[in-house]
Design a protein around this ligand. Structure first.
Ligand code: IZC
Ligand code: ZN
Length: 422
């Protein structure tokens, strides 16, 4: 097997360290090697260092990439998206501008329910093509692993269709997809007045999804007017019993006890955390739950931002994700999220990089394989055309990617997709 060598990397952000959630001050402990090199064999990193130590690995077949003037980071992890869905919701923008809230629109049968109608009507092929376009955009911005939720079917056939689309994409697209079943995303029109019956429908899907290996995680939208504390807890308890790992949409608009559910049931991540009470930060830290923050959603809905600084001071481990969805965060751009994290959450570039690499990997339970540039890990690597990591957060709203490598293969070159279709 021939080697692939990156040499003269201006700043190599290794994220070397323990394969676990980096919490509190640890989020700033980021190793940056100046004039670094990385050696890849097949899909795996076999050496890293500085200077010309790479020379030992050179033979006639070696491909050498000169990364002078570039920054290299691990492939970015977008650990919260609603990737697979039909249609879009631009026609709700005017309502939003007129002052209707996210929940007002949902109450009127729009919002998630608007996307449910469209997703039910859209064919497998069309859902696949649309989600593939989004994945292509994501990888062009440096994302190499994506978590993808269902939750726009709210009936057996459509939830399964969404999960099957994600599975097919995982097989055919270079980006890795980690699937989450989110049947408890909203109550569909037909069960608006019969919550108990809908909860049973969601629970009946769990064994099928588990047997067919269609999702690793189960998630619930725990929110006033959506799934109550008891309803959320009930679903997640059942999912846990079937062997799903858990996530929870927590405190996006209001705090109704989602963090308590996350701590008692052992959720891997609690996501949003905008209205979380300060005492709950300590609980998240103590239980090693990934606090997954989604500032593009706050930006898009013109709402409050999560209190990232307090969270870090209280010892939490933060991830950052796009929340890509057609309603509250119609963007695939993880770099914009990183820049909002700097501007609005007051996170430092090192904390931000920790959040979108190793901590994002923790949010999808892939911390042993990805999230850092270390010997033995997958060669998921991004080259950014910036002089240093501060620049990545400072110059906002544009794409800084030059090239992206997934499993040791070049998949984006000069911001253009170049992978071979499988
Ligand atoms: O489609 O509105 N928050 N779920 C919970 C979403 C946003 C997605 C949507
Ligand atoms: Zn979400």
């Amino acid at each position: 097997m021939s080697n692939l060598i990156f040499k003269n990397i201006a700043q190599l952000v290794t994220m070397r360290g323990p394969n676990r959630l980096r919490k509190g001050q640890e989020m700033r402990d980021v190793e940056i090697l100046e004039n670094g090199y990385v050696v890849v064999q097949g899909d795996t990193i076999i050496d890293i260092g500085t200077g010309d130590g790479y020379r030992n690995y050179m033979d006639n077949n070696t491909e050498v990439v000169d990364a002078s003037g570039l920054v290299m980071t691990p492939g970015l992890v977008d650990s919260h998206t609603h990737l697979v869905h039909g249609g879009s919701r631009e026609h709700e923008l005017t309502m939003k501008l007129e002052g209707y809230s996210y929940l007002d629109i949902l109450r009127a049968g729009g919002g998630i329910l608007n996307t449910v109608k469209k997703t039910r009507k859209t064919s497998f092929e069309d859902l696949y093509e649309k989600a593939k376009k989004s994945l292509d955009i994501m990888v062009c911005f440096g994302t190499t692993t994506v978590e993808a939720k269902s939750g726009y079917g709210l009936d057996f056939d459509t939830e399964i269709k969404q999960l099957e689309v994600a599975k097919r994409l995982n097989d055919s697209h270079p980006v890795d997809i980690v699937s989450t079943f989110m049947g408890a995303h909203a109550y569909p029109e037909e069960y608006k007045h019969n919550h108990d019956a809908f909860l049973e429908i969601v629970i009946k899907m769990l064994p099928y999804i588990k047997e067919h290996n269609l999702a690793e995680f189960c998630d619930v939208f725990c929110e006033r007017e959506v799934f109550s504390y008891d309803e959320s807890r009930y679903i997640l308890e059942k999912a846990k019993a079937y062997g799903f790992k858990l996530k929870i949409h927590a405190d996006e608009m209001d705090s109704i006890g989602a963090v308590d559910i996350a701590c008692t049931l052992g959720c891997v991540s609690a996501d949003h955390l905008v209205e979380t009470k300060d005492e709950d930060f300590t609980k998240l830290a103590k239980h090693d739950i990934v606090a997954n923050l989604l500032p593009a959603t706050s930006f898009n809905l013109n709402k409050n931002y999560a209190k990232a600084r307090q969270m870090i001071e209280m010892g939490c481990g933060l991830a950052l994700s796009t929340d890509y969805n057609p309603g509250s965060s119609p963007t695939e751009n993880i770099q914009l999220v990183m820049q909002l994290a700097g501007l609005k959450l007051k996170m430092t570039p090192k904390e931000i990089l920790t959040a979108v690499t190793i901590n994002g990997a923790c949010a999808v339970k892939r911390e042993k394989e990805i999230g850092s540039i270390e010997v033995g890990k997958k060669a998921d690597l991004v080259l950014f055309a910036v002089p240093n990591i501060d620049y990545l957060v400072y110059h906002f709203g544009i794409n800084h990617v030059k090239d992206v490598y997934k499993n040791g293969k070049l998949v984006v070159h000069n911001q253009v997709i170049c992978y071979e279709e499988e």
